[in-house]
Design a protein around this ligand. Structure first.
Ligand code: 5AD
Ligand code: SF4
Length: 467
C-alpha cells in the first residue's frame, strides 16, 4: 500500500483494527474495553491522550481500571522506582490475563527504550503482547493490527526519529485545558538523567502548526494551554527558520479567546531576558515559573553538567521576581548526587532559603544505568541521603507555608477544574501562580474563570469564597 504520509497510514490501520474489534465485540455481545495507565511526566500524560484517542477511534470503550480487554502501561524510567512499579504491576496483570485469555497487554514509553528492560521482559514477562517505545507512539493502531491479525507478539523499538506525527485522534482529559507539544527530546545530557537516551534528540515543531493546534483547541472550548517540552527555553533553535521560545509565546498569546498560557519545563542555562520581558508584558501568560535548580553547589552543578552556577541561578530568580510581580516559583532538587558533601547540601538549602520557592519537587538521587553519574565514585550512603532529604523537606515546607500566607484575604482569579473530592458542594481550581483553591460552588463552574477571595491559607492551598 502506498500512503501519502504517516498520518494517512495510521488512519488506515485504525480502520482495519476497527473491523477486527467490532467483529470480536459482536461475538462477545458487548463492547471491548481499554485502559491506559500513565506513569511519569506531563509529556507521557500528553502521549496517553493520543493513545486513548486512537483506541477510542478503533472502537474500545476507555475505562479506568485494568479489568479490560486491552491494557496499556505508558512507562517512565527517570528514577529506578518507576521501573520497580511496572514489574510489580505486570505480575498483577498476568493474573488478570489468566482469567481473560484474549486480554492484550501492551507497554510503551521511556522504560521500553532501555535494552536491559526489553531483555528482562522477553525472558520473564513473556505474556506481554505489544512493546513499543517513545518514538513511535503514533503507531499504536499499526502494531495492534499486527498483533490481532498475525496473532504473535509485536515489538517495535526505534532508536530515534526525525518524524513528528500529529493530527491523529486524541482524547483530552479536561475540556477546558490542554497540553500542546512544542518540542520533543532533549540535548542537555545532565549527567544523572536518562531522558536524552530514551527520548532522543531535540526536535521542535513548526510554529505555524503549533498555532493552528492552539486555535483549534480554543474553538473547542479550551481556556488554558500548557506548552510542553523537555527544555522549552531552547525551542526553535534547530528549525530551518529558527525562532525563540519568547517569540513563540508571543504568537500563542495572540490566539484569540485563549485565556491562560503555561509552559514546562525550563532549563536555567537557556532562560533569556526576552522570555522574562515577554512574561511581564503578556497578561495571558500565567505567573508561574518552574525552574529546576537540582543543586545549589557549584561543584555539584558542574558534575551534573548543568552549565550554570549558584550565583547565575539566584540572579535569574532576582530578575524574574523584579520583572513579573507575584510570580510563583517552583523547582526540582536532587539530594544525594554522587560526591555531594554536607557543605554542598548546605549550599542547596541556602538557595532554597534565598529564592523562597512556592513549591519544591524533591527527589532522592537514583542511579540510572548508562548515565555518566552512575559511574562516578563517592555514591552517597543511604542514611546520609535520608537525613538530608528530611532536613530539606522541613525547610521547603516551612517556606511554602509562609508563601501561601502572603496572599491570604486577597481576591484572585481561579480557573475551576473539578468537583472537590473531599468536601461536598465544593469545587477546586488553580490560581495563575498554580496554587490550588477549594471553595463552595456548583459543578457548572467547572471550566470557568471566577474571582475568589482566599479566606484561609492551608499550607499548600487555600479555602476560598466566590465573590
Ligand atoms: N535521580 C533523581 N532525580 C532525577 N531527576 C532526573 N533524573 C534523576 C535521577 N537520576 C529529576 C530531576 C528532574 C526531574 C524531572 O526528575 O530533578 O528535573
Ligand atoms: Fe534530563 Fe537535564 Fe534534559 Fe531535563 S534538561 S530532561 S534533567 S537531561
Amino acid at each position: 500500500m502506498n500512503f501519502k504520509n504517516e498520518e494517512e497510514k495510521q488512519l488506515y490501520y485504525i480502520e482495519k483494527c476497527k473491523e477486527l474489534v467490532s467483529h470480536k465485540a459482536n461475538v462477545l455481545g458487548r463492547k471491548l474495553t481499554a485502559c491506559v495507565t500513565t506513569f511519569g511526566c506531563q509529556m507521557n500524560f500528553k502521549d496517553s491522550e493520543k493513545l486513548e484517542g486512537i483506541l477510542n477511534k478503533i472502537g474500545y470503550e476507555i475505562i479506568d481500571n485494568e479489568h479490560a480487554d486491552f491494557v496499556l502501561y505508558n512507562t517512565c524510567t527517570v528514577r529506578e522506582n518507576a521501573n520497580f512499579k511496572i514489574y510489580g504491576r505486570l505480575g498483577y496483570l498476568h493474573k488478570l490475563k489468566e482469567k481473560n485469555k484474549d486480554m492484550i497487554i501492551a507497554l510503551c514509553g521511556c522504560m521500553m527504550q532501555e535494552p536491559h528492560v526489553i531483555k528482562k521482559l522477553n525472558e520473564s514477562y513473556k505474556f506481554v503482547d505489544i512493546i513499543f517505545g517513545t518514538h513511535n507512539v503514533y503507531m499504536l493502531a499499526e502494531l495492534l493490527y499486527k498483533r490481532l491479525f498475525e496473532g504473535h507478539k509485536v515489538e517495535d523499538i526505534q532508536e530515534g526519529t526525525d518524524l513528528i506525527v500529529e493530527n491523529l485522534p486524541q482524547i483530552r482529559k479536561y475540556s477546558f485545558k490542554a497540553g500542546v507539544n512544542i518540542m520533543y527530546g532533549c540535548n542537555n545530557f545532565c549527567s544523572y538523567c536518562i531522558v536524552p537516551y530514551v527520548r532522543g534528540r531535540e526536535r521542535s515543531r513548526d510554529p505555524e502548526e503549533i498555532i493552528k493546534e492552539c486555535n483549534r483547541l480554543v474553538q473547542d472550548g479550551v481556556k488554558e494551554i500548557m506548552l510542553l517540552g523537555q527544555n522549552v527555553n531552547s525551542y526553535g533553535k534547530t528549525l530551518d527558520n529558527p525562532i525563540s521560545f519568547a517569540t513563540l509565546l508571543k504568537k500563542v498569546s495572540e490566539v484569540e479567546g485563549l485565556e491562560r498560557i503555561r509552559f514546562m519545563t525550563s532549563h536555567p542555562k537557556d532562560l533569556s531576558d526576552e522570555l522574562i520581558a515577554t512574561m511581564a508584558s503578556s497578561p495571558k501568560i500565567c505567573k508561574q515559573f518552574h525552574l529546576p535548580l537540582q543543586s545549589g553547589s557549584d561543584t555539584i552543578l558542574k558534575a551534573m553538567n548543568r552549565h550554570y552556577t549558584k550565583a547565575d541561578y539566584l540572579n535569574l530568580v532576582k530578575k524574574l521576581r523584579e520583572s513579573v510581580s507575584d510570580i510563583g516559583l517552583s523547582t526540582d532538587i536532587i539530594v544525594g548526587f554522587p560526591g555531594e558533601t554536607e557543605e554542598d547540601f548546605l549550599e542547596t538549602l541556602d538557595v532554597i532559603k534565598q529564592a523562597r520557592f512556592d513549591s519544591v519537587f524533591t527527589f532522592i538521587y537514583s542511579k540510572r544505568t548508562g548515565t555518566p553519574a552512575a559511574e562516578m565514585p563517592n555514591q552517597v550512603p543511604e542514611d546520609v541521603i535520608k537525613d538530608r532529604f528530611n532536613r530539606l523537606l522541613e525547610v521547603v515546607n516551612s517556606i511554602s507555608n509562609e508563601k501561601v500566607l502572603e496572599k491570604e484575604n486577597s481576591v484572585e482569579t481561579v480557573l475551576v477544574e473539578e468537583e472537590n473530592s473531599k468536601i461536598d458542594g465544593y469545587v477546586t481550581g488553580r490560581l495563575s501562580n498554580n496554587t490550588l483553591v477549594h471553595f463552595k460552588g456548583d459543578t457548572d463552574l467547572i471550566g470557568q474563570l471566577v474571582d475568589v477571595k482566599l479566606k484561609k491559607a492551608k499550607g499548600f492551598y487555600y479555602l476560598g469564597e466566590i465573590v
